[in-house]
Ligand binder design. Structure first.
Ligand code: NCD
Length: 308
């Protein structure tokens, strides 16, 4: 038995059973839509709004595909030509959109906690889905990463997962830790330069290291993250060539990991900065599987929140 979800703003504190249920449902969606070649009618007559205040390629497109493959109508809110540029508050935007009747708002925003603010201020029965807020959470990314790992290594209790890069500014790292901790992963390691690691008390269960050679040794999964320059002060910006030398995943470093180590990255990739071409395009890369799973996970989430 899992509790019915109305909104999805974070994976933090979601029970293992709920996460497993969503992953199972993603696989059921994949099979039901025959990998995207068949349209379902689960959400016929429902409307999903994509409200993206930050750039996105994968997440926005995959939410749109997910909604359409379930038969829903999708509206994409174009921030550049909207009234937010005329000074309208987020709440007035929310209430205006709600007055037109929507079933779900998929929101991405640079400010931590915006999706929860929308949940608190919504006046209709609209479901809020977080597509990434500031450093805080990116729950569907956490789910799709967990699904991708589970397809290769369902034995979570044996796994060591190394997450390397700009952890401090990463909502992906936070949601990955929430999902993987709930699923019972044996060990999670964070690696990056001191200034890009989170505060020591944020994740007591995670080992932090500045030494990538040590952090990758024996890892079963390596999740590489982009330097989120848009969230850094100019003084925090590392030199890219030096960064690649210390924290880039190249074939030599990958050879230190477990032989079958899965290489993952949420995208967008900055080749030659956090990952070498040979690794990004190599046989251990699961990057495009992550993208494909993203659509199925978002179908599962929209189906869970909206199906009557
Ligand atoms: C990430 C994001 O926006 O948080 N991308 C994504 O959703 N796949 C990671 C990033 O921007 O580096």
């Amino acid at each position: 038995m899992t509790t019915h979800l109305r909104h999805l703003t974070t994976l933090e504190n979601l029970p293992r059973a709920t996460i497993e249920h969503l992953l199972d449902r993603a696989i059921a969606m994949r099979d039901a839509c025959a990998h995207g070649t068949r349209k379902l009618d689960l959400l016929t007559g429902r409307t999903v709004l994509n409200l993206f205040f930050e750039p996105s390629t994968r997440t926005r497109t995959s939410f749109e595909l997910a909604a359409r493959r379930l038969g829903a109508d999708v509206v994409n809110f174009n921030i550049g030509v909207s009234s937010t540029t005329k000074g309208e508050t987020l709440y007035d935007t929310l209430h205006t959109l709600e007055a037109m009747h929507l079933d779900a708002i998929v929101v991405r925003h640079k400010v931590d906690g915006t999706p929860d603010e929308l949940v608190r201020n919504a006046m209709s029965g609209v479901s809020i889905v977080n597509a990434g807020d500031g450093h805080h959470a990116h729950p569907t990314q956490g789910l799709l990463d967990a699904l991708t790992i589970r397809q290769h290594r369902p034995d979570f209790e044996n796994l060591t997962v190394t997450i390397c890069g700009d952890i401090r500014h990463s909502r992906v790292a936070r949601s990955d830790v929430h999902a993987l901790t709930a699923l019972g992963v044996k060990a999670i390691r964070f690696c990056g330069p001191a200034g890009l690691l989170p505060d020591a008390d944020e994740f007591p269960q995670v080992q932090c290291s500045e030494d990538f050679d040590a952090a990758i040794a024996g890892a079963d999964v390596a999740i590489m993250l982009r330097l989120q320059k848009e969230r850094m002060a100019a003084t925090e910006l590392p030199d890219e060539a030096a960064y690649f030398q210390h924290y880039g995943l190249d074939p030599r470093r990958l050879a230190r990991a477990d032989r079958g180590c899965l290489v993952m990255h949420p995208g967008p990739l900055n080749r030659g900065i956090e990952i070498a071409d040979e690794v990004a395009d190599g046989p251990q890369s699961r990057v495009l599987e992550q993208v494909a799973n993203g659509v199925f996970v978002r179908m599962a989430v929209l189906g869970e929140l909206l199906a009557r």
